[in-house]
Structure formats: structure tokens, C-alpha cells
Design a protein around this ligand. Sequence first.
Ligand code: ACO
Length: 437
Amino acid sequence: MASSNTLTVIDNRTATRYELPIENGTIRAMDLRKIRTDSDDLGLMIYDPAYVNTASCRSSITFIDGERGILRYRGYPIETLAQHCTFLEVAYLLLFGDLPTPDDLKNWVSEITYHTMLHETTKKFMEGFRHDAHPMAMLVSTVAALSTVYPKAREIHDPANRLQQIKRLIGKMPSIAAMSYRHSLGFPYVYPDNDLSYPENFMNMLWKMVEPKYVANPVIARALDILFILHADHEQNCSANAMRSVGSARTDPYLTTAAAAAALAGPLHGGANEAVIEMLDEIGSKENVPTYVKKIKEGHGKLMGFGHRVYKNYDPRANIIKRTAENVFAATGRNPKLDIALELERIVLEDEYFITRKLYPNVDFYSGIIYQAMGFKPEMFTVLFAIPRTAGWLAQWQEMLTDPEQKISRPRQVYTGHELRQFVPVEKRVPVLHTTG
Ligand code: ACO
């Protein structure tokens, strides 16, 4: 009688029976290697394009129950953290595993604040970008360039060294983001003001003009901090996976974070909020929503800001953002795109096509509308996402580096190309019709 915590597999090619242990609802892919037809056979592999059903790590950072719309960082519901914490408190929680005591928090905030300045050469580096460079491309390149400023960051096995780079990255991210914004407007760079809180200082670096001291609107500062909390981590998403994968090669944290940010830049990931605004512009008015939805259902593109690989009920972050939007609009005036967005959500949530595919608004659907009301251009939206996600990436990176089971990330493939081919000298080759793709 087989143990109840096992999977029995019968290989019909050889009529052999195997018992595979089940742990935490998973079997180990390497256990399948023993399922072989003969001694030349490498063993059975899992074919899982896009890792749809593959757990790549054990993690104790973020918990998501996509069916029930639950998101927790280190066990705390996102709703509670968004209501009671600051972003830096949440960053501490993600990185150290527990909420900080008052003293811990004071030290943490002061250490992060200490690292907000950029080296003057980094400032010059950023000045070299074209006036119309995309701020996300500037951010990715500049974070990578920090690797040249802090060569000791390569010593990734030293925990104290790692912590120092973590503080630098969390401290400098808003400075780089703000500089990329000011660069695109042709405004001079504003140096950090360390009297201000993390979101207030970011606003100072974005929007200070000639006034001697920038005073942030507290409603906007709190809304930004809440948005930072909501975006701080999201377990093994595309960019976290990039962070772990690139970091597994023992690359330094600046280059690794740049790789994660590059993944975030894509329109199917963090770039979606920018695409949402473009979509709402294209729709133009509430009356055009049904025609637009019909077009999507006929297979012409995707509804940006809808759908999620994991959430198949609702995205809890989208609910909090929707509520935060009301406070922001009370301070900034209502973004007229909100009416189009609300109508789109209403129609889609009643439509069979979207109901059967479990497509609900995700975090990006409303965040862009708030950012725009705050005065950001759509090109900046993903940059705003990258600032807080840096804390999550770094928590994932540390966890990967300190996990004894992890090694260099390297998937297998199912080879579908040619068998051995005969080489033909260049002068004897005939044209072959190639399709792109
Ligand atoms: N609009 C219309 N149809 C959609 C959408 C959408 N936004 N998303 C998925 N579908 C359809 C697919 O066409 C597919 O239909 P089919 O079964 O008839 O082929 C079905 O729903 C399942 O979709 P998948 O592509 O298998 O879902 P997947 O988990 O691979 O994709 C993703 C998730 C990438 C987020 C997708 O829903 C999407 O492209 N959404 C729009 C972009 C977006 O908002 N991204 C932000 C995600 S949140 C974040 O990264 C922070």
C-alpha cells in the first residue's frame, strides 16, 4: 500500500510504477528523472512554457490566493498594511520578515534617507540621455550604471555588504526616478531634502521649482505611499523571476535590479498602466465603451488593466487603489478618464466573455488614472511602480541567495530543431524562404 502523501505514476512505455513524494502540494521535478525507458534516456521532464504550473522556489515573503483575492506580505493582509503603515515600514517587513519596533523604524528611515543622494557622475550620466528618452529606459540604465559606482557590491556573499547595497537602492530609486522625470521636462535636478518623508522627498525632487522649501500636499503624499505599499512585492511575477534568475548567476544587485526593472518595463507587466491610459484615450468617451469591448471580444487586442495570471476573482490592490482615487481626486480634481474606466469595468464585469475567463481589473487599471491626476505623464507610471518594487525584488534576491537549495537558474528545453545537418559552402547555398518570428 503506497503512502497517502505520494503520487503513483505508471509509465505505460515500460509498465513501471513509481512512487513520487508529495510535499506542500508539489512533486519534485527531479524525481521524474528516474522515470526512464532505458539507461540512455535522460529521464522525464516537465514541459511548462511560461512556468504556468511550476514552483521555482520556496518563499516566505508574499502570499497570494488568487481565487479568493488575498494578498499578504509576511502574513499581514495588504489592506491592513495599506491602512496603518508607511512604505518604508513595509519595505522593512519584506526584507527582515517582521514589522519594525519604533527604534528599528527610526534607524531604518534614517539609514535609507542617508542614501538618497546620487553621485555627481551618476547625475552627469543621466544628463547624457536624449531629451525625449523614455524615463523607464533611463531608470533601467542608471540603476545598472550604479554598479560602476559601487564595485564592492559584487561581494554578494557578505550579508553586511548586501544590506548596504539594499539601503542604497531603496534610498536612490526615487532620486533616479525624479531625475528621469525632470530630464524629460528639461528642468534642473532637485537634490533630496532629508527633512522630508520618503514620499514627500520624492515629490520635492519631482516638483520643487523656485520655492526655498517644498511643502508636499499631505493627501497626495499619503496616496503615493499607499500606492508604494501596494506595489512593493507580488511573489514570483515576471520581474521577481528575472531578479532571481539573473541574481542566481551571482551578478551584483545593481545589474540584477536593472534586469528586473527591464522585465517590469514590458506592457504585459508593469507597463500595463501606461497602456491603460492609451486605451482610455483611444476609447475617448463613455459612449464608445461597448464598441471597444466588442472589438476586444472579436480578438482585436487585449483590454489593458484586466486579467491576471494569478488573480482569478479580483485583485485586492485594485480595490484599495479605487478607494484611494477618491481622496486624490478630492485634492486634484477628478480625472475625466475615471468615468470611462468605471463604465468599462461595469460593462466588462457583466459580460460573459470576461466572466468565463475570470478577467477582473488588476492593479494597473486604476493606478494610471491616479498618477495622471497627480500630474504624471504616462511614461512615468512604470517608473513609479519600480520604486517600491525594488524592496520586493531585493527581498526575493536575498531569499534566493540564502536558500541552500537554489543554484544558477537554468531551465531545460524540448529541442525541436534539425538533426545533424550537412554543411554547405557559401557559394553552393540556394535561397531558403524564411518566415519571421
Ligand atoms: N483582455 C481580453 N482578453 C484577455 C485579457 C484581456 N486583458 N487577458 C486575458 N484574456 C483572454 C485570453 O485571450 C485568453 O482567452 P482564450 O482562452 O480565448 O484564448 C484567456 O483570457 C486567458 O488568458 P491568458 O493569456 O492565458 O492569461 P495569462 O495568465 O497568460 O495572462 C495577463 C495574464 C498577461 C496579465 C493578461 O491577462 C493580459 O495580457 N492582460 C492585459 C495586460 C495587463 O493588464 N497586464 C498587467 C498585469 S498586472 C501586473 O503585471 C502588475
